[in-house]
Design a protein around this ligand. Structure first.
Ligand code: CU
Length: 277
């Protein structure tokens, strides 16, 4: 038994710096992915109020979680190293606290309160993100299909978005400073629209509508992807959202309307290729 504890202590001593080094390296690596794909698993910079709420919730939950994690790990290491059997007399028996009523109430009640607080807070924030807002300036229907997104505008045109970020992806364009209500629909299987800087993952489900919204106060481009494994072309469901000021947006709408009138072909129609002789 003694040698097992010794071995464990030596191994732990050797592994700890490596583990910390690994975590730091992973954090840097993942953070540097932001430039590539826009998906930062650490802290994406939010640009819409609902994205900001989710960002704040992430921070508020992470801080106590990190404190609890460090506290528990430190206590564990301290107990393992300080009270290991090799340091104690042969007949040593640690203090017996099993059945201590006060302690048991505290270590049941405190985690319960923490978990209930997180649940309540998350529920309130996420409800706000998925609410069908009624004071919107405009509404756009987002349709997920195998494999791409269609954005249906009230002005009578649809933007088709398909492809991976390795190539060109047509941006979904919105005006700045406008509250845009998003209606999500699925045409075949369940997809999930996710642009971390803007909103939470919203499922596009066949048969009924889900809702979210965005309001971006700066011009720019943000990236996202389908967050629901929906088939072999899942990786082609990359998303780009572009916000432009009202004048540029109006100009863009004019172009889209003109293009829609010039080519009345159905959106899914692909140019036919005649077999070469
Ligand atoms: Cu999908």
């Amino acid at each position: 038994m003694t040698w097992t504890v010794k071995l464990f202590a030596v191994k732990e001593r050797g592994r700890l710096p490596l583990t910390i080094l690994g975590l730091v390296a992973a954090a840097f690596l993942l953070n540097s992915c932001e430039g590539l794909g826009g998906i930062s698993p650490i802290f994406p910079t939010p640009v819409s109020p609902n994205g900001k709420d989710i960002y704040d919730m992430y921070v508020v939950i992470s801080i106590p979680a990190i404190i609890v994690f460090i506290g528990v790990e430190a206590a564990l290491l301290w107990v393992v190293l300080r009270y290991r059997r090799a340091k104690q007399p042969a007949d040593y028996r640690p203090p017996q606290i099993h059945g201590h009523q006060g302690l048991e109430i505290v270590w049941t009640a405190v985690p319960l309160i923490i978990v209930l607080a997180i649940a309540g807070y998350s529920f309130v924030v996420l409800q706000k993100n998925f609410q069908p807002v009624t004071n919107q300036d405009m509404e756009i229907t987002v349709r997920g299909h195998q494999f791409g997104w269609d954005y249906v505008y009230a002005d009578g045109f649809t933007v088709h978005q398909e492809g991976t970020l390795a190539g060109e992806v047509t941006p979904f364009v919105v005006p700045t400073h406008k509250l845009v209500r998003l209606v999500f629909e699925g045409t075949d299987v369940i997809h999930s629209w996710w642009v971390p800087a803007i909103s939470g993952k919203t499922d596009a489900v066949p048969g009924y509508s889900n809702y979210s919204w965005l309001k971006i106060d700066q011009e720019g481009t943000w990236k996202g992807e389908c967050a629901e494994l929906c088939g072999v072309g899942h990786s082609q469901m990359q998303i780009i959202v572009q916000a432009m000021d009202q004048a540029k947006y109006d100009q863009w709408v004019k172009q889209q309307v003109a293009a829609a009138h010039a080519s009345p072909a159905p959106p899914s129609a692909k140019p036919s290729t005649s077999p070469s002789p």
